[in-house]
Ligand binder design. Sequence first.
Ligand code: FMN
Length: 196
Amino acid sequence: MNTRQFLKVSLLGAGAAALCSRAHALEFYPSPSAKKWAVLYGTWCGSSRDAGVWISEGMNGIAQVFDVRENPDLSSYDHIVAGGAIRSGKVSAELQDYLRKHQAMLAPKIRGLFAVCGNGMQPPGTAQVKALIDQHLAALCGISGVPSRVFLGRITYGLMDEASRKTIEGFGMPEYDNLKRADCMAFGKEILNKSV
Ligand SMILES: Cc1cc2nc3c(=O)[nH]c(=O)nc-3n(C[C@H](O)[C@H](O)[C@H](O)COP(=O)(O)O)c2cc1C
């Protein structure tokens, strides 16, 4: 290798190292909007994260999407959609705590609520909306009557902790993927149309 080639290789290597040091986890960057929208979700295995991102996509990508475990400060947002995964009939303890703690700030800004559940792989109906939205999420937020949706989610054994995997395997439950991007996007569109 001559001096010129050596310098070229060294500079390329230094450039790649600089890029790597700036690398960070994938984040969802919203499209510009006059109003600030956020989607807040709680999840164990990620289907509710995907629901949140797809709800934002249905809103033309204007909502920033937050995992409740990041403990985001949503006080500067104008409109908020909140929801999450269901285990034993409830959303995660982190989401319950967050909604209770910030109820006064969130209540006037909540434009939609959603739950992601298994429901024995059966289509959710009014009973699930009542139990998971009206009597649970809406109650935690201290609100009623906002657009809401119960989505079917996924079972992915490889993403579960051992105790959860054993519980679900004990029901003879196969892996499944019932979450539909189109349904989540339609809900996002519905919320946006109602709020403008
Ligand atoms: C341990 C465990 C408990 C669950 N409990 C319920 C339940 O009570 N009701 C229900 O409809 N679905 C239940 N599910 C199904 C989940 O709600 C479904 O898999 C959902 O997609 C999980 O969302 P996530 O991927 O965002 O964590 C349960 C799943 C697991 C693993």
